[in-house]
Design a protein around this ligand. Sequence first.
Ligand code: SAM
Length: 268
Amino acid sequence: MNLQSQEKSTQQNYGSDPLEVRDTNHYKSEYIHPFVERWDQLIDWDGRAEAEGDFFISALREHGVKKVLDVATGTGFHSVRLLRAGFEVTSADGSPTMLAKAFENARKRDYLLRTAQADWRWLNRDIHDYYDAVICLGNSFTHLHDDNDRRKALAEFYATLKHDGILIIDQRNYDALLDHKVEPTHNFYYCGDNVRATPEHVDESLARFRYEFPDDEVFHLNMFPLRKKYVRRLLREVGFQHVTTYGDFQETYRDAEPDFFIHVAEKR
Ligand code: SAM
């Protein structure tokens, strides 16, 4: 099946051994139309807005940000929030299905998204402008399955930032999962009441999650379990001068506790 027909298909296709699918290119065929249509039940815009408060808006304002590139727009939650808060936003994503949903969600709220379909690994082929901030949120970076792809994507984010720009990138607390310390509760990001998101398989190079919806539909995502230290090191290695990591939006936390880490990386 080619990629276009995979995106239009009604079932995800992980082949005969789903645990073998550890491929960066697979994300487009994971976000098939019926899954994208249900994504907002999973993240629940109102619950999520309440849970994260004005953390991102304050962080962006503190750094004097005006112009933002949302590289993982998904269904548009952060793009719309930032437009509403007065930022100038460009909304990019590699998945056309996600971008179409984001555009529709924004229209319903009287905003017109400026969208660009762009894969992070070749971002600057499609994005020809400079930004005060790049945001990559909602545990998106986890879709890159190999080290080279992650370095390439971060280098592309770095290149599209102005000299004093910032990157805000987040990740699930996979250390806790890998080290069997806790089972993150997904309270902060996945707020939908009737949706179950559970790790079905976790090893050092795969976290396969199962998403169960009230209508008995089940979808999966195969992701790379990023360790916090590794992401911080990569950010430094591609050139970011200063990286601050928050746990569930707090500056102080015990490592095993947060569900999510948020890194604010400064180019300077
Ligand atoms: N930020 C949104 C949110 O918080 O709801 C979406 C998060 S969703 C987990 C991950 C998004 O990253 C998807 O929309 C997917 O298409 C996008 N994505 C994954 N890998 C990508 C890549 N290599 N290039 C561009 N977009 C990618």
